[in-house]
Design a protein around this ligand. Structure first.
Ligand code: SF4
Length: 458
């Protein structure tokens, strides 16, 4: 029987917003904004004198939220800022001055809040997701309005009691929840991946074909702006690690050795790390599928555009192939580092990029599937253990490694007969889910083990 079909929009998967983390920055900003809207829409608290707002962070948000800018994101959302339109410079200024209090407007009340209103809870809270936020509005020291949210990865949020699968009730034209069902549609309808993805997106988002392509162009442009900025920004990244940006150095090296055999890899490393360093700096990036993994697809598409001279249409179609794989992983496993470790973030990005490379090269759907499967297979069990809770080590280099693995997965999938491939994309996604469940919490975005303990912050 068909599982609940995928109803995610391409533009929920690829979202523009400030770095460094989709689950710890974009998700909390959206949750805070949603709380603000709901509080202002509530007639029950309209006549009350709201005197305070408290925000409680649990799980991975509590463990690594400081390094990921969760506190700034919460303030930004309560100020009515949205990820796509907020100004990165204003965003990074938030909470720098501990004396500043920020006005939050609920009905006729203006409540002033700062870092003291955000509690990084030490105790565990048994809820449906490790990334939990609770917002409370108080009047006369009593809680008069409360909402609980889960930041489920890639900037997606779920409100307590809401089923994420049915948040969007629009029916896709060609419902699918697995790669097998996806391929069946292609075969039965004699259609291409592009046609299927566009037909579904038109119904899910209500956009026309032209508008969808325009939005993909905008997403690609934002990705490539991040790459271009990162290739020229030098100096230290924010935070206590004092990590030096490396992308400009790699770029110079690639240009001076442009004729050597490994220059293609050095260029790709530079492009991926450039976008990833911009993410670590809190600048505008695109979740692909998360902010931590926002260097893989921008790096690959920048390479395809500037070295292989792929045209606009080819890149748009490549993005659709990447989205199809991202949907399948999100639906049947997870793209969240707090649930899957880094295989959910870089592993997913690598699989999406591998599918894109195969599809852009004109390969059949079986090769596209195979490329994605191989990329996931070789990220299984990869831990998430960021040093100091910053999306820097191992995250930045991991984007470059994820892209290189994607390229190799595409090459491996393109040779031989795909019918000989023993593992399907659907099965490896199942394995991914089971592996993520079995992994110790210490390796799922808590900075309590692994690399996070191997280096002292300085
Ligand atoms: S290690 Fe991977 S999953 Fe963890 S924060 Fe870094 S990029 Fe995200």
């Amino acid at each position: 029987m068909l599982k609940e079909p995928i109803r995610t929009s391409i533009f929920d998967l690829f979202k523009i917003g400030p770095g460094p983390s989709s689950s710890h920055t974009i998700g909390p900003m959206k949750a805070a904004f949603d709380f603000l809207q709901r509080a202002n829409a509530s007639s029950e608290i309209k006549q009350l004198d709201i005197e305070n707002i408290m925000i409680h962070l649990y799980g991975s948000l509590s463990a690594t939220g400081k390094g990921h800018g969760t506190d700034r994101a919460v303030i930004a959302g309560l100020l009515g800022w949205q990820p796509e339109t907020c100004q990165p410079d204003n965003f990074t200024e938030l909470l720098k001055d501990t004396e500043v209090k920020y006005p939050v407007k609920i009905h006729e009340n203006e409540v002033f809040i700062n870092a003291k209103n955000i509690v990084f809870e030490k105790n565990r809270y048994e809820s449906v997701h490790s990334n939990t936020l609770i917002f409370r509005a108080l009047s006369n020291s009593n809680i008069v309005f409360e909402e609980e949210y889960y930041s489920v990865g890639g900037g997606f949020i779920q409100r307590k009691g809401e089923n994420v699968a049915t948040q969007n009730d629009k029916e896709p034209a060609f419902p699918f929840s697995t790669m097998n069902e996806f391929k069946e549609h292609l075969k039965k309808q004699k259609m291409t991946l592009t046609e299927l993805m566009i037909a579904n997106e038109m119904l899910i988002s209500g956009l026309s074909r032209k508008e969808i392509f325009q939005k993909i162009d905008d997403i690609l442009e934002t990705m490539h702006k991040a790459v271009r900025r990162g290739l020229h920004h030098r100096g230290l990244l924010p935070g206590t690690i004092k990590l030096k940006r490396k992308a400009p150095i790699l770029y110079q090296q690639a240009k001076s050795h442009a004729s050597t055999t490994d220059s293609f890899m050095v260029f790709l490393n530079a492009y991926c790390m450039a976008a990833s360093e911009e993410n670590a700096a809190g600048n505008m990036v695109v979740t692909a599928p998360t902010s931590g993994a926002s260097g893989v697809i921008p790096g690959i598409t920048f390479l395809l555009r500037n070295h292989y001279h792929y045209d606009k249409q080819k890149l748009r179609e490549g993005m659709l192939a990447a989205a199809a794989v991202g949907f399948l992983i999100k639906h049947n496993a997870s793209i969240s580092g707090a649930e899957m470790g880094c295989m959910g973030e870089i592993g997913s990005a690598s699989a999406m990029a591998a599918a894109m490379l195969a599809y852009c090269a004109g390969k059949p759907i079986e090769t596209v599937e195979s490329a994605a499967e191989i990329a996931i297979e070789h990220h299984l069990g990869m831990t998430c253990d960021p040093i100091g809770g910053y999306v820097q080590i191992p995250c930045i280099e991991r984007n470059a490694m994820g892209a290189i693995k994607a390229y190799n997965a595409y090459l491996l999938a393109s040779s031989g007969n795909t019918a000989d491939q023993k593992i399907s994309l659907d099965s490896v996604i199942k394995v991914m889910r089971a592996t993520g469940k079995d992994m110790s919490k210490k390796y799922k975005e808590t900075s309590q083990a692994g690399l996070a303990l191997s280096a002292t912050e300085c």
